[in-house]
Design a protein around this ligand. Structure first.
Ligand SMILES: N[C@@H](CCC(=O)N[C@@H](CS)C(=O)NCC(=O)O)C(=O)O
Length: 200
């Protein structure tokens, strides 16, 4: 039995999709980021960077933070969704190091900044478009991100790239990403993850 600490954000959703895909036994703990629950001492014990998601294995008491490290761990522990560990890892690093932070900044400057900042909007929009272009080129030659088959890399990218409308990104400019998003959205585990996240 696992406990998944999440909120209704792309990083939280990744973990729920992975747990659903793997059919693992887990319960959800919703962390109220607006109320500052991520700074509670108990939560910092398992997630010292005060961010969701985090995962606790209740059988061993072992905890992990950083979404892509958690996905990688679950894949290795079950022997599933990691067709080639080095290749999956490189895409997981790209997601965690670039796609999450850049799209996250663009979202913040578009939806949460107290005043409009044209330079930041321009910079993060161009960087986000560049990253959609990287994945577009990859999906032009591969059915999925790390390999032809579905893997943890797709789980890591999907909830982020699915936010294109909120980011002002015209998905028609990235037809392979668009088709891939539609295919992933139909997966039963992805559909179930949405229901689980509603409470998050
Ligand atoms: N690199 C981290 C990023 C996690 C992250 O940014 N989580 C956000 C929600 S999407 C969070 O918990 N923010 C709370 C805060 O910064 O106080 C990961 O992939 O797990």
């Amino acid at each position: 039995m696992y406990t998944a600490y999440v909120a209704d954000t792309p990083n939280g959703r990744k973990l729920i999709i992975a747990l659903e895909e793997l059919g693992l036994d887990y319960r959800v703990r919703h962390v109220d980021l607006g109320a500052g629950e991520q700074f509670a001492p108990d939560f910092l014990e398992i997630s010292p960077n005060n961010k969701i998601p985090a995962l606790v294995d209740e059988r061993t008491g072992r905890s992990l933070f950083e979404s892509c490290a958690i996905l990688y761990h679950l894949g290795q522990a079950t022997g599933r969704l990691i067709p080639d560990s080095d290749v999956v890892l490189q895409w997981l690093f790209l997601q965690a190091a670039s796609v999450g932070p850049m799209l996250g900044q663009l979202w913040w400057f578009r939806h949460a900044a107290p005043e409009r900042n044209g330079m930041a909007l321009d910079r993060y929009t161009r960087e986000t478009q560049r990253l959609y272009g990287v994945i577009e080129r990859r999906l032009a030659v591969s059915n999925h991100i790390a390999a032809d088959e579905y893997s943890m890399a797709d789980i890591a990218f999907y909830p982020w790239l699915a936010t294109h409308d909120e980011l002002g990104i015209d998905i028609r400019a990235y037809p392979h990403v668009d088709a891939w998003l539609r295919r992933i959205a139909e997966r039963p585990a992805v559909v179930r993850s949405q229901l689980k996240m509603r409470k998050a």
